[in-house]
Design a binder for this molecule. Structure first.
Ligand code: LLP
Length: 425
């Protein structure tokens, strides 16, 4: 039903729905996804990159509704497991618009990709070439790309930088592994090499590394043309476009990024005497991150020495990002109006370890108390998709809000769900 409740003073409202109403209806913790904002972000990309393929990186968050939205908006998909791939295809997503990634694709991943007719498989290691060629068979045909490590460091945290040789993804450009793999692929007629791929890292807030990547990748394309007469028609620059997690933080401007990549690509190709390849980009975070909000209920407030701790009913099992990458979130009180002055406090989760901190040293109204609702903005990407089963609390549900309506997309994981997997004694 449409939201009938008038927002109470102090209520945050998304797409015409008071967040407090979503919390009352679906319980907490709960993730709220603003469908209109997700779609708007897709359109911004399509508009900024009119002659490129925009692939949504499913690892950021995937459920059937998101698959539908991406299909309707005309995006492709980047998946990195048989699970993501099956969910997309069984929901009706066209397999030819899907690219499969992975540094360690299992036999099941590869078989599923071939069975479902995935558009491209991105080769990430030398041994994958013979495995894939055997799975495709001498009479078969599969389009592939090669993931190149261009030697460019970028990304918001060490754990999410993938453009240099000191990490596990891709084939190194500097020591020749990429060139070697490409030569081997050319010797496998059932594998059609359509282009090159690179992904520099994630949460990148400058366009410069992307421009450097364009130059390196075009340089490689030019050498491949000289050595093998090879013409590659596609260049996939991956994702990684950074967003702001709190007020005043920088974000990558997608329109400027697109314009400058296009200019750099045209210039580099012209200088090298190459036709400009078709561009692919794979944003995940920038599509869904800012469109999601996590809602928690405060369960306990206590002072310990100089610290004021506000404990909520979720934590590192639904959002491991502060613990993993030191990300700073900016929670807000919602559901009631407080006139209390702001005070410094630390929002912690309910899990049995001290590292379970959601937001350290943040400003919230001094009278925050049990029963209050806290909203954590920018929670749409890499929260639920990275949720764990820690302490058997069950993973939270996801509700979509649009045009004054809230609806459940993913239900809460129940104890029955958890127990149903526990089959031995
Ligand atoms: N393409 C490839 C090949 C990727 O590996 C990734 C992300 C993307 C695209 C999308 O990147 P995005 O546009 O979302 O930054 N769990 C980390 C992020 C890991 C990203 C892994 N790969 C986090 O919570 O920050």
């Amino acid at each position: 039903p449409a939201s009938t409740t008038e927002p109470r003073p102090g209520d945050l409202t998304v797409a015409g729905v008071p967040l407090a109403e979503v919390a009352d209806r679906f319980g907490t913790p709960v993730y709220v996804l603003d469908e209109g904002e997700v779609r708007e972000r897709c359109r911004t990309y399509l508009h900024a990159f009119p002659d490129a393929d925009v692939l949504y990186a499913a690892k950021a968050f995937l459920c059937r509704a998101v698959v539908h939205w991406m299909a309707e908006e005309g995006l492709g998909l980047d998946v990195c497991s048989a699970g993501e791939l099956e969910l997309a295809v069984t929901t009706g997503f066209p397999p030819e618009r899907i690219v499969l990634h992975g540094n360690a694709k299992s036999p099941h991943d590869l078989r599923t990709a071939l069975r479902l007719g995935v558009g491209r498989i991105v080769i990430d290691s030398p041994s994958e070439i013979s495995r894939l060629a055997a799975a495709v068979g001498p009479e078969g045909h599969q389009k592939v790309m090669v993931r190149v490590v261009p030697g460019i460091g970028a990304g918001g945290h060490d754990k999410i930088r993938t453009g240099t040789d000191d990490q596990k993804f891709g084939l190194s450009l500097s020591d020749g592994w990429a060139q070697h793999a490409i030569a081997r692929i050319l010797g496998r007629p059932q594998l059609e090499l359509t282009g090159l791929h690179c992904h520099l890292g994630s949460q990148i807030t400058s366009v410069k590394p992307y421009l450097a990547a364009v130059r390196r990748m075009v340089g490689l394309m030019a050498r491949l043309y000289d050595q093998h007469g090879l013409i590659l028609s596609e260049l996939d620059l991956g994702g990684g476009h950074g967003i702001a997690y709190g007020p005043g933080e920088p974000a990558l401007d997608v329109t400027a990024l697109a314009r400058r990549i296009r200019a750099e690509l045209t210039e580099a190709c012209t200088a090298a005497g190459l036709d400009v390849p078709r561009l692919l980009v794979e944003p995940g975070r920038a599509i869904v991150g800012p469109a999601g909000i996590a809602l928690y209920r405060v369960l306990a407030v206590k002072r310990t020495g100089p610290h004021l701790f506000v404990a909520v009913d979720g934590g590192m099992s639904d959002n491991p990002r502060p613990a993993l990458y030191g990300v700073r979130y900016a929670p807000r009180l919602t559901g009631r109006l407080s006139t209390a002055p702001m005070a410094r406090m630390t929002v912690v989760g309910r899990h049995c370890e001290a590292g379970d901190v959601l937001a350290a040293d943040v400003e919230l109204p001094a009278d925050v108390r049990p029963g209050d609702l806290l909203a954590v903005p920018v929670a749409g990407a890499y929260h639920l998709s990275m949720a764990s089963g820690y302490n058997l609390v069950g993973r939270p549900p996801v509700a979509a809000v649009a045009d004054g309506h809230a609806r459940l997309l993913v239900r809460r994981e129940s104890l029955a769900d958890i127990r149903s997997r526990d089959v031995g004694l």
